[in-house]
Design a protein around this ligand. Structure first.
Ligand SMILES: *Cc1c(COP(=O)(O)O)cnc(C)c1O
Length: 371
């Protein structure tokens, strides 16, 4: 079976992890690698501060706390996203307003933002889905007009660029995940990046139980969201190869597009003129009379793993049960959930593996066409 993703862990990761272990620096409270990873990753994004966390989810939770969301405050979030984007808003006490997707980039449709703003709107959370950046100028314009905080969810888009700027450097804060299947990994892990010293300081405090002065006097409820030095050691090693990983992801996508573009049933990923897409996952939308689920089932028999796209936030039972999402319709995002899937997208895939996958896709579609 060709998996949808396989992380690359090499000798350098083993070497630095061994160094962390031999030094005895195993926690999130000491050791050389946490600061080094934060500095290197923040510099990569083009911002001054990085705050490493235990996951992308916890980075997003800290970001939602930085937005000072009060109960009943609304946050405009891309409808098509991982549930973690919404959970952060809910954990901070806010209400999710799902913004429907663009049919080609699958990102939040920025033309819908202005009409979604109410007196309760506090923040916007654009999600750079599958590695394609959101149209951030339009997001920032609405944010400035209404005084909204902007949290970029960059969990799928390390290295993606919007008009030449890396994602994470454009909003007030950017949040990344280093889960095993992300562009680079620390096993589990995340990072909040920002140019704002005060936001960075507050994020560091919230990540570390909000220790006070004196130490055990806490003036605000914080969390233990620390990344360990052992995980950060993996991160430092991954930073040495991030450019190469991103270029190979783009190569994998180019191989797919060259082979799949003539199949009339498939809509392939795009790259808008303002964008550098890192193609975290190579998504396709199965249009017309063929069944996405039959295609996925046949590919599984052929040894090719796939995943469906995300269930939109306006349809998530956990949010609906809590009244934590404003009722709305998101026709495009709903369609993506029903008709979208992504193909194996590891940076390690070879051109001949892509050949085999595309042949399997082509023949599975041909069978359905003739049926
Ligand atoms: C993976 C992901 C997250 C959550 O990151 P974790 O490290 O798994 O907690 C958040 N948002 C998006 C868009 C993701 O893909």
């Amino acid at each position: 079976m060709i998996p949808v993703h396989q992380p690359e862990i090499g000798d350098r990761e083993v070497e630095l992890v061994t160094q962390a272990l031999r030094a005895g620096d195993v926690s999130g409270s000491g050791g050389q690698f946490i600061g080094e990873f934060e500095r290197k990753f923040a510099a990569y994004c083009g911002v001054r501060h990085g705050v490493a966390t235990s996951s992308g989810s916890t980075a997003l939770h800290v970001a939602a706390l930085l937005a000072d969301i009060e109960p009943g405050d609304e946050v405009l979030v891309s409808a098509c996203t991982n549930i973690a984007s919404a959970n952060a808003v809910v954990c901070a006490g806010g209400t999710v307003v799902a913004i429907d997707s663009e049919p080609d980039t699958w990102n939040m449709d920025v033309t819908l933002l202005r009409q979604a703003v109410t007196p309760r709107t506090r923040a916007i959370m654009p999600v750079h889905i599958y590695g394609h950046p959101v149209d951030m100028d339009a997001v920032l314009e609405v944010a400035r007009a209404h005084g909204l905080f902007v949290i970029e969810d960059c969990a799928e888009a390390h290295g993606a660029e919007y008009r030449g700027r890396r994602v994470g450097s454009i909003g007030d804060v950017g949040c990344f995940s280093f889960y095993a299947n992300k562009v680079i990994t620390t096993g589990e892990g995340g990072m909040l990046v920002t140019d704002d010293q005060l936001l960075a300081d507050r994020a560091r405090s919230l990540r570390n139980l909000a220790f006070g002065q004196p130490r055990f006097l806490h003036r605000e409820v914080g969390f233990n969201y620390r990344m360990t030095n052992v995980q950060a050691a993996i991160g430092v090693a991954q930073m040495e190869r991030i450019d190469e990983i991103v270029e190979r992801k783009r190569q994998v996508a180019a191989w797919y597009t060259a082979r799949l573009r003539r199949l009339p049933e498939l809509r392939l990923p795009v790259e808008r003129d303002y964008a550098k897409n890192v193609y975290w996952m190579y998504g396709v939308v199965v249009d017309g009379d063929v069944s996405r689920d039959k295609l996925a089932a046949q590919l599984r028999l052929d040894g090719v793993d796939t995943r469906t796209m995300f269930c939109p936030l306006n349809w998530q039972p956990c949010l609906l049960d809590l009244d934590a999402v404003k009722p709305s319709q998101c026709h495009v995002a709903e369609y993506l959930w029903q008709q979208g899937l992504y193909l194996p997208s590891s940076a390690t895939l070879t051109e001949s593996e892509i050949d085999a996958i595309c042949e399997a896709v082509g023949s599975a579609l041909a069978v359905q066409r003739c049926a």
